[in-house]
Design a protein around this ligand. Structure first.
Ligand code: MG
Length: 390
């Protein structure tokens, strides 16, 4: 098969926001920034970043300042999109003065996802084939159970909300769930142990259960106390136990508990994830494709994790673009047993529900490998018009 070179002709950065925004909650899917790349033949690829949309837009569209501080759009125009890892390196170096971690990498993530979509469409092949090809037979999402912030509710009311979402997830066919027990001062650690046991009782023994503790502890021994007492709940991983930057604490915890310790959801680049593996000693890395550097970087992170005997189960709480990108990542990755899934039927998240089509079918807890070119989802123009904020 020979493909004609079709160079990059345009790059757009489109900020979208759905009302109402609630700064006291933890829902990052209320806003997004879509990067759309068009080639000379009019084909388009889309990506997104989970970071403040106006700032990412500026990082994409900004004027070049000097050779290490360029706008991503300027650095991409006229390029052949096909050699994505080389292009990723070029963009990293063209933005390294201002962008080498954090927001700069978030912006690069959106571009990299869009390049995978575009090149897949140029070749007529699903994006996971650009990541090395299928390493599994189906996608296995886990449904995140997020009852929302406490906001004056009692623990019984919180657990009722969790129970309702757990029931709905099982009805929808999910076989893996993650319970968010982000209760703060509403419960003691001893009461929290009961909540986790209640979660396991509600779903039975056959469903995979992960738990997100929402950065509850600053003392690894307190985290250890709790994890020891929920060992019989067969938790697949314990997420966000200690503070994100407390790698020494994570290492001490991971050494002592039987449960897999997970972290790194805010991490950008393979370099930060390396710290989590070598100093933090975690069993599960959770970088998000839309923040860590895109599919190219997530591939490198997973390969590095494999050398450390670790798993990668990416964070994902944005629109259907991120959900699609993570399906392609998992399709091509052996040490990624699950990907996080914002289940559109469980949450009133307009951008997640409306921005792209089609939504994949979940049957018996799995999703078929993607077959359509690129990411396999199309931007819904009416939704773009409705939510656009620039
Ligand atoms: Mg989380």
């Amino acid at each position: 098969m020979s493909a004609q070179v079709s160079r990059i002709a345009e790059i757009e950065a489109i900020p979208l926001r759905a009302a109402p925004v609630d700064p006291s909650d933890l829902d990052g899917s209320v806003e997004t920034i879509v990067v759309r790349i068009t080639d000379e033949d009019g084909r388009q690829g889309i990506g997104e970043a989970d970071a403040p949309s106006r700032i990412v837009r500026e990082l994409v569209l900004m004027d070049d300042l000097f050779d290490w501080s360029r706008g991503l759009r300027n650095a991409l125009l006229g390029a052949d999109p096909f050699e994505i890892p080389a292009l990723h390196r070029t963009l990293y170096e063209a933005t390294i003065y201002h962008g080498r971690r954090g927001l700069g990498i978030h912006a690069l993530s959106a571009v990299d996802i869009a390049l995978h979509d575009l090149v897949g469409r140029q070749l007529g092949r699903p994006a996971y084939q650009l990541l090395g090809g299928a390493r599994r037979e189906a996608i296995t999402p886990y449904a995140t159970i997020w009852p929302g912030g406490v906001k004056g509710r009692t623990i019984d009311q919180m657990m009722e909300a969790i129970a309702a979402q757990l029931r709905r997830s099982l009805e929808l066919g999910y076989r893996a769930v993650k319970m968010e027990v982000v209760f703060g001062d509403l419960v003691s650690d001893r009461e929290l142990v009961e909540c986790v046991h209640e979660g396991r009782r509600l779903i039975g023994e056959d469903i995979v259960l992960a738990v997100d503790f929402g950065y509850r502890w600053r003392d690894w021994r307190a985290a250890l106390w709790t994890l020891d007492r929920v060992e019989d709940c067969d938790i697949f991983f314990a997420e966000a136990t200690l503070q994100h930057d407390d790698l020494a604490g994570h290492a001490k915890l991971a050494e002592r508990v039987k449960t897999r310790v997970a972290g790194a959801e805010f991490a950008a680049t393979v370099h930060e994830c390396r710290e989590w593996l070598e100093r933090g000693r975690v069993d599960v890395l959770q970088p998000d494709v839309n923040r860590c550097g895109g599919l190219t970087e997530l591939r490198r992170i997973a390969d590095q994790a494999a050398l450390h005997g670790a798993l990668v189960v990416p964070h994902g709480w944005k629109t259907g673009i991120t959900a699609a990108a993570e399906r392609h990542f998992q399709a091509a990755t052996e040490n990624a047993p699950f990907v996080e899934f914002l289940v559109p039927e469980l949450y009133a998240s307009p951008l997640r529900a409306e921005l792209v089509r089609p939504e994949p079918d979940v049957r018996d807890g799995t999703i078929h490998l993607p077959t359509e070119p690129g990411l396999g989802v199309e931007l819904v123009e009416e939704a773009v018009t409705k939510y656009r904020v620039d």
